[in-house]
Design a protein around this ligand. Structure first.
Ligand code: URA
Length: 431
């Protein structure tokens, strides 16, 4: 097989054969194909896309590049959730113990944050003692005993994606629907879950702000999941403003615990419950008239979800009662006028939180556990000029100026009229 032929085929708008795709994924994973040649092929795919058949073969080859976890000894039905990422998206922290409290097992392999969106592992690591790295044996054992695991994906799972994603990150080839869909789904299928709910975000803080592109990504991923024996459904959910009121690692853990104790912001609870209901229905533990079904809203209100959280944290070495880190420095951003807060731009808040230290620019960078932003008002709230709007938290006060620059230039607006109330859950995609 000749890599230059493979590149030329895609560059010129042709269709790659199964053999070409399987050979490329294998040869690149083993280091036989050079980075610059793989980059050229990725760029050709970025512009020419992949046919449905090419995409199926590409995804299958990525799954086959590593191991597939065997969860057959887990007696509860397994169901996972994946979000395409957003600002203040702490849903996994609440949803995992919640769905476990309702009878399922949740094998949640998560990632770290990059750029303006946060990562579940970074959030969980702000809990003293909590460990993200588990052996496959320990991962399965926790699933069997307590049912809830949030952990880092091991190196053996879809290693082709690990290499390809790192290369895409530095070659401007991330924002391609077939490449994103195959990257996410290869890892989720290799993880061994029987069912999967995708939370595909649209809006200013999302990967794809445009709803049509978000829908195409969702439909593509649902197709891949179902074709590979994983029952898959997607919800399209809004990411126009911060989900909940916090963005930043320990701040988001605190807000998640408030939800798990039956409180928390209404928007965060709404998205979490919508996803929980989909997850439970996929594995036969819902809808509510199903015999034995537990209402997730009840499990949040009566403490069952919180108990499952404490068990989940402790199983990975964390102390659920330990105080979380608190930033030593704060800065208040005030309302620029009186009226209704009509705009609090999601991406700007994400970038500001990142500049405060909550996120990383490169994979190797450390993150601050305590830095971030608390939104004291959200779009639609009445505000008065000079009233506190945002609370910025940082370990180092020098970080405030960069964060404030991200929030300038129209990120915050106050007007006389209330903005339209957005629908948080826009659409369900099942095929
Ligand atoms: N997350 C992934 O895992 N892969 C992508 O390609 C994009 C986001």
């Amino acid at each position: 097989m000749d890599i230059i032929d493979v590149i030329r085929t895609k560059r010129d708008g042709g269709t790659l054969s199964d053999e070409q795709i399987r050979w490329f994924i294998d040869a690149y994973t083993k280091g036989i194909v050079a980075d610059e040649q793989a980059s050229a092929l990725l760029m050709a795919i970025f512009f020419r896309s992949l046919t449905a058949h090419e995409l199926a073969t590409w995804t299958r080859a990525m799954i086959d590049s590593g191991e597939r976890l065997d969860l057959s000894t887990v007696t509860r039905p397994t169901v996972d959730k994946h979000s395409t990422g957003g600002v203040g998206d702490k849903v996994s922290l609440i949803l995992t113990p919640l769905v476990v409290a309702c009878g399922a097992a949740v094998p949640q392999l998560s990632g770290r944050g990059l750029g303006h969106t946060g990562g579940t592992l970074d959030k969980m690591e702000s809990i003293p003692g909590w460990q993200a790295l588990l052996s496959n044996e320990r991962f399965v054992e926790i699933l069997r005993t307590s049912g809830a695991v949030i952990a880092a994906a091991g190196a053996g799972l879809a290693p082709a994606d690990r290499k390809l994603y790192a290369l895409r990150d530095v070659t401007g080839t991330v924002e391609s629907i077939p490449l994103i869909a195959s990257s996410i789904m290869s890892k989720k299928i290799a993880e061994g879950t029987s069912a999967l709910v995708l939370d595909v975000k649209f809006g200013s803080g999302a990967f794809f702000p445009d709803v049509a592109q978000a829908r195409e990504l969702a439909t593509t991923m649902v197709g891949i999941g179902n074709a590979n024996g994983v029952k898959t459904v997607a919800l399209l959910t809004a990411m126009e403003t911060v989900l909940g009121r916090t963005a930043g690692n320990a701040l988001e853990v605190t807000e998640s615990i408030a939800c798990l104790r039956g409180g928390g912001p209404a928007d965060l609870v709404e998205v979490t419950l919508a996803l929980a209901r989909e997850m439970l229905a996929l594995v036969g533990l819902g809808p509510l008239d199903t015999p034995g079904a537990v209402d997730p809203a009840t499990a949040l209100a009566d403490g069952r979800a919180y108990r499952a959280w404490c068990e989940m944290v402790a199983a990975q070495g964390g102390d659920p009662d330990a105080p979380l880190p608190v930033a030593p420095h704060r800065h208040i951003v005030v309302a620029p006028g009186s009226g209704v807060l009509s705009r609090l731009d999601c991406r700007a808040v994400g970038i500001a939180a990142w500049r405060l230290g909550a996120g990383r620019a490169r994979k190797e960078d450390p993150v601050s556990a305590s830095a971030g932003i608390v939104c004291l008002a959200k779009p639609g709230d009445a505000v008065r000029a000079g009233e506190p709007l945002l609370e910025l938290h940082a370990d180092d006060p020098e970080r405030f100026s960069g964060a404030l620059a991200a929030l300038a230039d129209g990120a915050i607006a106050v007007s006389d009229e209330a903005p339209p109330v957005p629908r948080l859950v826009l659409e369900r995609i099942a095929s």
